[in-house]
Design a binder for this molecule. Structure first.
Ligand SMILES: [Zn+2]
Length: 239
């Protein structure tokens, strides 16, 4: 079996992983590349969309009540701008390290921002709540497009997006759901502005975590996570 990242065919280990989030127990073959160390599903199932039902977390965003919404916005505001004593207190209790890292990028409020694998807008909504005005999302597994004044979330993969000049393109735990990483990151590079930035958050397989949990590692998330990098395999990608 050939590694989709480095092309290695020798001594790749095949193992089985079960779908656990929705308790179906459906079983999938994965391989661990003996060269670059990445994990990848052997065959992406034709019905992959069935494993993103309406109650999948990023597709099922319930609106919090007024008080909870206020607390979340304060926490997020601290994560972005490192201001507000109340926000700092809440952040210390319930941190969101990705938002904090995104805040450190210091995006302009008029920056053109794309969230790849946005679901129905978990991250886009948070960024909009902080005052950002030009927000885009793409996700092939949502029910339909979501369009409002500051937001356009389109039901399509990034490779079909006919829009460019983005200042920031964010893969917030979405890259591991995509099979062809090189094609997707190259597309992101093509539609990025000249001084734009790509931000990637994703699980990374280490020997320590893999030896400890193996096929029970929560980040395997079969079959939704189709490819999980090691540091070596991400370096190998060569983009
Ligand atoms: Zn490999």
């Amino acid at each position: 079996m050939i590694c989709k990242i480095c092309g290695n065919t020798k001594d790749n280990k095949v193992f089985k992983a079960k779908e656990m989030m929705f308790g179906t127990g459906d079983c999938f073959d994965y391989i661990e590349c003996s060269n670059c160390g990445c994990l990848q599903i052997s065959q992406v199932p034709d019905n992959l969309g069935d494993y993103y039902p309406k109650n999948y977390s990023s597709h099922n965003l319930s609106k919090p009540n007024f008080i909870k919404g206020y607390i979340i916005r304060k926490r997020d505001s601290y994560a972005f701008f490192k201001k507000s004593i109340l926000g700092k207190y809440i952040y210390q209790k319930r941190p969101n390290e990705f938002l904090s890292a995104l805040g450190d990028v210091h995006m302009d409020f008029n920056s053109k921002i794309l969230d790849v694998g946005s679901g129905t807008g978990y991250l886009v909504n948070k960024v909009e709540n902080q005052g950002y005005k030009n927000l885009w999302g793409v996700d092939p597994f949502i029910e339909s497009n979501i369009i409002r004044e500051n937001v356009k979330i389109l039901k399509k993969p990034i490779k079909e997006l006919d829009e460019d000049n983005f200042d920031y393109i964010i893969f917030n735990h979405s890259l591991e759901h995509i099979e062809d990483h090189l094609e997707n990151i190259r597309k992101a590079s093509q539609i990025l502005s000249n001084d734009g930035t790509i931000v990637i958050a994703m699980p990374v397989k280490s020997d320590y975590i893999w030896n400890l949990y193996h096929e029970n590692w929560v980040q395997l998330d079969a079959p939704r996570h189709v490819l999980i990098h090691s540091l070596k395999s991400f370096d190998t990608l060569g983009w």
